[in-house]
Ligand binder design. Sequence first.
Ligand code: URA
Length: 211
Amino acid sequence: MGKFEVIEHPLVQHKLTMIRDKNVGTKFFRETVKEISTLIAYEVSKNMPLKEVEIETPICKTTQKELAGKKVAIVPILRAGLGMVEGFTDLIPAAKIGFIGMYRDEETLKPHEYFVKLPSDVSERQLFVVDPMLATGGSAVDAIGALKKRGCEEKNIKFACLVAAPEGVKAIQAAYPDVDIYTAALDERLNEQGYIVPGLGDAGDRLFGTK
Ligand code: URA
């Protein structure tokens, strides 16, 4: 089973509490989602493999560590996932960015890709799939499915969000048990409209100022 981690760092918790407040405006919300995402990126990337390299400092030759070279792609789920991208690229500036936009056919309930644009070598990369809200888990499961269809392996996929509902965590774990899940909060439940309780409302609308 993949890892499930709630990021308890005090800065993450404090910033998340600030943006849960319904009176926070778009600018502050967007900036703070970015800041939280950087802190999440720090946690999510902490097990990236290292290798030893020989370098020369101004003083002497030495063997030190650098990233072992597995290339990274950040994959936001459209549209709210876009709000987390810059936070990740602040820490991993060389990462490629792939995009996944899916919707569910209301009759068949089958996922449909309306926009998928990924790096050509996506199956060889360490993937960070990002979406602020893990609610039912439907979009996350569909997005991971879209990556697996293109040859990506679960062990190379980490899912990161700001707020998760237990239902969403269970959905990912049931469908893709080897995907690691990181969140800043595990909330109580979903309400009848599919919103996370207490949550922070519609993350996409709050990020982009739409309604
Ligand atoms: N998507 C959101 O943006 N918010 C929720 O609470 C659930 C899904």
